[in-house]
Design a protein around this ligand. Structure first.
Ligand SMILES: Cc1cc2nc3c(=O)[nH]c(=O)nc-3n(C[C@H](O)[C@H](O)[C@H](O)COP(=O)(O)O)c2cc1C
Length: 412
């Protein structure tokens, strides 16, 4: 795309985009992650920086914006992860968030010894225990237990140290963590479950829930379902923020925005684009006629949410496989939003007012242009309407999101 810059390893570019997001007063920037690569994968995911290393560098380049990344619970240890995100929270002054994923891609298992990729339900059971251990480790020290008192010479108050001694079905972790309690108590937890088990995990632990939704009614049903599950688990549903993804393309009119999408479609690498769709539908589509209808496929066991939403979109709008491929590659399966800045703001406002979204994950199809357009042209409209902050009111991500700081268990 004219003006587009690549890519996932370009730190100066990522730094510029993050600063733009901070100037526009975004809650946070988020980096997805996976633990595998193969020739033929979409260029945006073929190579990528390790996200915690990246976020630590971004912490030093920014002052307020939240810093979120994916980390997989199937291929690391709770102790390592608690240190990584706990350290990021300290370095950034309370801006860290962890997107808990169980790992959608089985290929990752080949990089971690001989154990096969666990099946979906087992991955979620591992994830639930993993999160319990991580939280327990973050609570190793009570707030203020590292006293560093010059007068008494006391560095740490050992009476306020708690040894976890966790023994569960999947993990044995003694603790304590060699890190004091993070500034936010716990970094913010994000989850993107779509299946029944995934939604239960989101409802039990997530403070931000990412979603793939194409229409306002099903998005509202999804948000209500997640919040009802959270309430049944004894949580305050107001502390679960549902954020569907949208992929905005701005123009002087809808037709002008659509022309940009068509122009983008001309640049797609057809093989890589079809690979994205194949991954999202959980089926190799290379043998099908691109100009035929989207075939009936067995239910995906990989990215069920994306698969269901994309299939429904294709049926509803009568898309050919080629058209669905272009949508999937351009917006990675999320909702394309084409129009003038006013129209895009109207749409976001309508979803927000309908209870379909507490916020949005803005995923422009190219950088930095499509994102700059959103930050410069849509955000001021939302601010003028009183729908979005003009400035940060706090310094921590929990402040931006209106989330309480988890109390240490001993103080409950
Ligand atoms: C916005 C968004 C971001 C996601 N990021 C990742 C990611 O970085 N890594 C990953 O393995 N899966 C990622 N996923 C996939 C989810 O973790 C999950 O596997 C998927 O939504 C399917 O749900 P299910 O596991 O309940 O079937 C993401 C999903 C969404 C909607």
């Amino acid at each position: 795309m004219p003006g587009a810059e690549a890519g996932a390893e370009n730190f100066p570019l990522i730094q510029r985009i993050t600063r733009t997001a901070e100037r526009a007063r975004f809650d946070f920037v988020f980096f997805a992650d996976a633990l595998n690569a193969a020739p033929g994968m979409h260029p945006s995911v073929l190579v990528r920086l390790e996200p915690l290393t990246l976020l630590a560098a971004l912490a030093a380049s920014t002052t307020h914006i939240g810093l979120a990344a994916t980390c997989n619970t199937t291929y690391t240890e709770p102790y390592n992860l608690a240190r990584l995100f706990g350290s990021l929270d300290h370095i950034s002054g309370g801006r860290a968030a962890w997107n808990v994923v169980t790992g959608a891609f089985a290929e990752a298992s080949q990089n971690f010894g001989t154990r096969p990729h666990p099946p979906h339900e087992e991955r979620y059971a591992i994830a639930a225990e993993f999160v319990r251990v991580v939280r327990g480790l973050w609570d190793s020290w009570e707030d203020g237990a590292i006293t560093m008192d010059r007068a008494t010479g006391q560095f740490a108050d050992a009476s306020r140290l708690h040894v976890l001694n966790h023994r569960g079905a999947h993990f044995e972790v003694k603790g304590p963590l060699n890190l004091s309690r993070p500034p936010q108590g716990h970094p913010v937890l994000i989850q993107a479950g779509a299946s029944d088990t995934g939604r239960d995990l989101a409802a039990s632990i997530a403070e931000v829930v990412f979603a793939v939704q194409q229409d306002v009614e099903s998005a509202r049903a999804f948000a209500e379902d997640i919040k009802a599950r959270a309430a049944r688990m004894g949580r305050d549903p107001a502390h679960v923020k549902v954020m569907p993804g949208v992929s905005p393309i701005l123009g002087g009119s809808v037709a002008e925005a659509r022309a940009k999408l068509d122009q983008l479609g001309e640049f797609l690498d057809p093989v890589a684009a079809l690979t994205v769709l194949s991954e999202r539908l959980g089926q190799d589509l290379s043998g099908y006629d691109l100009d035929g209808p989207v075939p009936e496929l067995p239910e995906s066991t990989i990215m069920r949410g994306h698969a269901a939403v994309l299939t429904a979109l294709a049926r509803r709008e009568g898309l050919t496989l080629r058209q669905l491929r272009n949508v999937a590659a351009g917006a990675m399966g999320h909702r394309l939003l084409l129009g003038t800045p006013e129209q895009v703001a109207d749409d976001l406002e309508a979803w927000f007012r309908a209870g379909a979204a507490d916020g949005f994950n803005i995923m422009p199809p190219w950088f930095p242009g499509a994102f700059d357009d959103f930050a410069n042209e849509v955000v001021p409209i939302l601010q003028k309407r009183g729908l979005f902050r003009e400035d940060y009111s706090g310094t921590m991500l929990r402040d931006h999101l209106g989330l309480p700081r988890p109390t240490h268990p001993t103080a409950l």
